[in-house]
Design a protein around this ligand. Structure first.
Ligand code: FAD
Ligand code: FES
Ligand code: FES
Length: 1079
């Protein structure tokens, strides 16, 4: 077949068993957008759009003709181009079960195990589990863990998810045959017998024959078992038609052309014709560049059907992987090789397998290709250091230059994301060599979290010895994260050749490595000292690991590793997650129909696990609807000189640009912020204007064309220290008890210090989304919003529209998480949308992209606490003087209340005797920080706990003892004047110590630490006392409206919003008891 062979322009694939044929497919469209907008299958959610959260997980199925087998794999629909699905079958959450046709086992178990709270991550969780079961109907917990590496849940903490799904794994264990066997539940039989608390799914009789749960959180045995024979079949047409996988494809969109060549010749021809074309394998890198870095690649080439790029071959020197082979496929083959071959031959393979455990999440590994990782040439690529140290060779091919081989070494990467590969060349395959008997290889990665995170530093280390000696013949050390490219430590590699593998080699190697890998203090990524230290740690670990192996074959030349050293180099061991939850039983006399205190399934859980629950962006478009994109400030402190929207208005499909010019000064002002920045901006991410257009891509593209001219003002105030230097705070408040200053002077011991607490992103899974619908009468506006605060939204919208509050209706059905981030900050997005809807007279919708949401909305307040304490030799705190500075950002928002809450919590559960605590709400040029789980209390408590730790260190006392001595007792008065009655602090403390067996734990930790140099453990116990509720006492109340209809059904309306916490469920429980109606 030649390169001008006929090709198809019609995309053919299956979704949930139904055939989709599309002759007008846009190559820029992701599977997620296609499912949600074209097929209106809205169960699959958009959480991040960059492969990081798993909310968009779907299952792809492919018929492997050569093996007559169907392969299933989970992928992120947000990064999968729909154009790449030709000949494949897609299964979404809607395809496996529904509330109408019956739930699938994975849907039912998740719902009933309370594993779905806000529900926005839930369809993705369901689809990861479903894919696992399709591949392995009886998986282990380790496999389950692996399949969930790419799924985030912000609400549940994962325990109920794992509890629910454990019952579908081999860890559910053998059963005794009884219907309610505890092994069908969670945790097995007889665990947790301490004073017989009830454990999730533990052995408890059901309350009645209907299976209503009594004390059990859920009853796995009462749920449908997983039955693989009932699964939907793979579309027979895809098995029969082999033309789909053979044909050449070309899809033309308005801006991008997508090619899927069928042969290498066609591929080389295309690359010759379009040297800047992007070859996309998994699209996991290119997809993010397009989505978040505004890159446009007019020609995309998908090589997935070119045999040379997808084959895997064994040669006499190693394994050759086609560049388009996915990481999952490569891992499977390498694992097979490790089992088939002698250990000494596969040491590089073993290191790659280990590295892949920590490489992205399962969905990314299922899509991403080895060639994509190499050619991205990222300085923190996880594979490149390994392949470089291993001496992998690459086959490159171009139409005119023919084939050539290059070695992956220090000459391959020529600069940041640049390589020696020519634009017309295609990477065909990668040869990963076998190792020899006298050759050792290890890989290392350090990231902020172990799974699914990019490396801070990584490394590949190889050493070859002269036969039967410990003399180094060749050394290869490659590092990532230490330069703009993967680098080799050439000086060290050279200096250590010919040396014996002993302590002096380690010493010299360490010094030389420091010279080889200097990292400037201004290096991007920061953490310079840490990164330098990591390279030395890796080298040390490598030295020890190799020494241990040498000792096994040359014991006369090399001393064995000590137990301590062995532990330092032992690979990570998988431990099955275990959990338990203690909860209070209902009292024995409680009526069977009274649901209060009983574990009731979230009222929306079944709809959430089936994808039927409707979130804002799932709502079908209104007639005449427009889409909005915000124009955000790119300066932190600047005067606006002018705004030029002319280029944006030229984009076809753009309706209007709206900014401060469109509102009177008075209407533009909401509290202390403007709807649209008018004369100046005081943080980046401030809303300057809004573009409304026919759809999201058009609006977003046009918004990027709006030019805002600025004149920078003073250097922005960014950090708390900047604010302190400039005395920049909205206000400060002091709470006092006793005379802290005098008590400090009188105290036998004093200490002073600083405690820093960083900020935090809310990362609710559903970003801000709003639909504003002008009603056309009397200025009425309806806004459907992801706000936690409909009342404030109503007030702000009415103010900006210049109408009475009663003309604005704000509706909130459910939120995909809030955590405080949508309490007040959501109005900075919803109000401009309402203004746009009012001006255009048309419904306007917005759902922020993740990066927009993060830029605009702020997060948890970072705090700095400067403190002085006075105490006795027994650790009794006599005096404390604290100054808490909160980085509030550019508006007051809720900072006053947050700072107050931190002041209430600065003593945590301790009766500090003389206290002066002052809080400052610092005004800075950051997007306003806001409410966040705990509302300032965690910051206050963190500070007090740091003080307790440091006092204990100073006195060489056990911190637990110091804490204990200071705990509140009944009759004590807090530093804010509340007398504590029926104080339970000490009782809780004792229970926790007892149940956790703290003293044994601590003794074990101390013993371990005294015996080990390289690994250390820690254990700590801290009390938590959440001071008081709202300080505005009228906020500590709530009401509900009950309507009872003639058929006996009840409608309960209340003022809360459902964001995953199960508020509606709890309200129904309350109403059920109050009205005496069974739940
Ligand atoms: C959520 C997430 C997590 C990630 N985690 C990690 C991680 O832990 N470690 C890590 O190293 N990386 C990580 N990555 C980066 C990325 O997934 C990998 O680099 C992946 O291997 C890229 O493969 P791909 O097939 O998706 O590349 P694509 O996006 O398809 O292509 C990437 C680049 O390679 C070029 N290219 C691809 N094939 C060829 C070829 N045959 N010839 C010439 N050029 C070619 C493309 O043109 C493009 O420039 C992560 C990415 C995401 C989105
Ligand atoms: S991974 Fe696709 S939306 Fe987050
Ligand atoms: S239930 Fe998982 S993010 Fe809310």
């Amino acid at each position: 077949m030649s390169h001008d062979a006929p090709c198809s322009n019609t995309l053919v694939f299956f979704v949930n068993g139904s055939k989709v044929e599309d002759a007008d497919v846009d190559p820029e469209c992701s599977l997620l957008v296609y499912l949600r907008t074209k097929l209106r299958l809205c169960g699959t959610k958009l959480g991040c759009g960059e492969g990081g959260c798993g909310a968009c997980t779907v299952m792809l199925s492919k018929y492997i003709r050569a093996e007559d087998k169907v392969k299933h794999y989970s992928v992120n629909a947000c990064l999968t181009p729909v154009a790449s699905l030709h000949g494949l079958a897609v299964t979404t959450v809607e395809g496996i079960g529904s509330t109408k046709t019956g739930l699938h086992a994975v849907q039912e178990r998740l719902a009933k195990a309370h594993g779905s709270q806000c529900g926005f991550c839930t369809p993705g969780i369901v689809m990861s589990m479903y894919t696992l079961l399709r591949n392995n109907p009886q998986p282990t917990m380790a496999q389950l863990d692996e399949y969930f590496t790419g799924n985030l849940c912000r609400c549940t903490g994962y325990r109920p998810i794992l509890d629910g799904y454990r019952s579908l794994t081999t860890s559910a264990g053998p059963t005794c045959g009884k219907a309610n066997c505890c092994m069908l539940n969670v945790g097995g039989c007889g665990t947790m017998n301490r004073e017989n608390p009830v454990k999730n799914g533990g052995m408890e009789e059901l309350d009645d024959e209907s299976g209503r749960s009594g004390h059990n959180l859920f009853q796995a045995s009462a749920m449908r078992p997983y039955d693989p024979s009932q699964e939907i079949i793979f579309p027979p047409e895809l098995k029969v038609r082999n033309d789909l996988e053979r044909e050449r494809l070309e899809f033309k969109g308005p801006r991008v052309v997508f090619h899927r060549p069928a042969t290498l010749e066609q591929l080389l021809h295309l690359k010759d014709l379009h040297p800047t074309a992007k070859i996309i394998g998994g699209n996991t890198e290119v997809g993010v560049e397009v989505q978040y870095k505004n890159q446009l690649y007019p020609v995309l080439i998908n090589p997935i059907n070119v045999a040379e790029l997808t084959s895997i071959q064994e040669t006499s020197t190693g394994m050759v992987f086609g560049a388009a082979v996915t990481l999952t496929a490569m891992e499977e083959v390498l694992k097979e090789q490790v089992t088939l071959k002698h250990e000494s031959r596969t040491r590089v393979f073993a290191a790659i397998i280990e590295m892949l455990r920590w490489f992205a999440g399962k969905q990314i590994r299922n899509a991403a290709a080895i060639g994509g990782n190499i050619m991205t040439a990222s300085p923190i690529s996880d594979l490149n250091p390994l392949l470089t140290a291993a001496g992998a060779t690459l086959t490159l091919h171009s139409k005119n230059g023919g084939e050539r081989q290059v070695t992956l070494d220090h000459t391959f990467f020529t600069g940041y994301r640049r390589t020696v590969v020519h634009p017309q060349e295609v990477l065909i395959n990668i040869n990963i060599p076998f190792t020899q008997q006298n050759e050792y290889f290890f890989g290392y990665k350090q990231a902020r979290r172990r799974e699914d995170d990019i490396a801070i530093v990584n490394a590949g280390c190889k050493v070859v010895f002269r036969p039967d000696s410990i003399e180094v013949l060749k050394l290869d050390l490659a590092f990532g994260g230490m330069a703009p490219t993967t680098v080799m430590a050439l000086g060290t590699m050279k200096e250590l050749v010919g040396r014996k593998w002993d302590a002096s080699l380690l010493e010299d190697g360490t010094s030389q490595l420091t010279r080889d890998l200097p990292l400037a203090f201004s290096a991007p990524g920061g953490m310079v000292e840490y990164r330098r230290a990591l390279t030395l740690s890796f080298f040390f670990k490598f030295y020890l690991s190799v020494r241990g192996l040498l000792n096994q074959i040359l014991p006369e030349l090399v001393a064995p590793l000590t137990h301590d050293e062995q532990l330092a180099v032992s690979p990570h061991q998988y431990t099955e997650p275990s959990s338990s939850q203690l909860f209070q039983r209902v009292s024995p006399g409680q009526s069977q129909i009274d649901p209060i205190g009983r574990p009731i399934v979230h009222t929306s859980a079944f709809k959430q696990t089936t994808g039927e629950a409707v979130y804002i962006d799932d709502m079908p478009p209104f007639v005449n609807e427009l889409y909005a994109a915000l124009v955000l400030s790119s300066r932190a402190n600047a005067k606006i000189l002018g705004i030029d929207e002319s280029e944006a208005l030229k984009v076809e499909g753009v309706e209007r640009f709206i900014c401060a010019r469109d509102l009177s000064e008075e209407r533009n002002q909401i509290l202390d912020y403007e709807v649209f920045a008018s004369k100046m901006v005081d943080c980046m991410g401030q809303v300057v204007g809004v573009v409304v257009a026919k759809d999201q891509p058009t609006a977003q593209r046009a918004a990027r064309l709006v030019r805002v001219n600025y004149e920078d003002l003073d250097t922005p105030i960014i950090t708390i220290q900047d604010a302190i230097d400039k005395k920049s705070w909205w206000n400060k408040w002091t709470m006092k008890r006793g005379d802290a200053e005098a008590a400090l002077k009188a105290a036998p011991y004093t200490l002073e210090g600083e405690t820093h607490i960083g900020g935090q992103e809310h990362f609710y899974m559903e970003t801000n989304a709003h639909i504003a619908i002008p009603k056309g009468e009397d200025g009425e506006m309806e806004i459907i919003s992801t706000t936690q605060n409909p009342s404030e939204t109503q007030l702000a919208v009415a103010k900006a529209l210049g109408v009475a509050n009663n003309k604005v209706v704000c509706r909130v059905k459910r939120l995909g998480g809030g955590f405080g981030g949508k309490e007040t900050r959501s109005t900075t997005i919803s109000v401009p949308i309402c203004v746009a809807a009012s001006i255009t007279g048309r419904p306007v919708r917005i759902m922020l992209d993740r990066h927009e949401d993060m830029v605009i909305t702020g997060g948890r307040h970072p705090f700095l606490c400067r403190w002085r304490v006075g105490f006795t030799d027994q650790g009794i705190i006599k005096a404390a003087d604290l100054h808490l500075y909160a980085n509030s950002g550019n508006t007051q928002d809720l900072s006053f209340a947050v700072v107050h809450r931190s002041l209430y919590s600065t003593c945590n559960a301790y009766n500090w005797q003389n206290v002066s605590t002052t809080g400052y709400a610092c005004k800075t040029n950051l997007p306003s920080n806001t409410a966040f789980r705990g509302f300032g209390a965690p910051q206050g408590m963190f500070c007090s706990e740091d003080i307790m730790e440091r006092v204990a260190q100073h006195l060489h006392m056990d911190p637990k003892v110091v804490r204990e001595k200071n705990l509140y007792k009944s009759g004590d008065t807090t530093h804010f004047g509340q007398v504590i009655e029926r104080c339970t602090v000490s009782r809780c403390w004792e229970e926790v110590l007892d149940q956790s067996d703290y003293s044994t734990l601590r003794a074990n930790v101390q013993k371990f630490n005294s015996e080990h140099t390289y690994k250390k453990r820690g254990v700590s116990v801290v009390p938590v006392m959440f001071s008081i509720s709202f300080t505005l006492s009228w906020l500590n109340q709530a009401g509900a409206l009950i309507l009872i209809y003639r058929d006996g059904s009840v409608l309960l309306s209340h003022g809360g919003t459902e964001m995953g916490q199960g508020l509606h469920t709890k309200m129904i429980q309350v109403a059920s008891r109050a009205l005496g109606i069974p739940y």
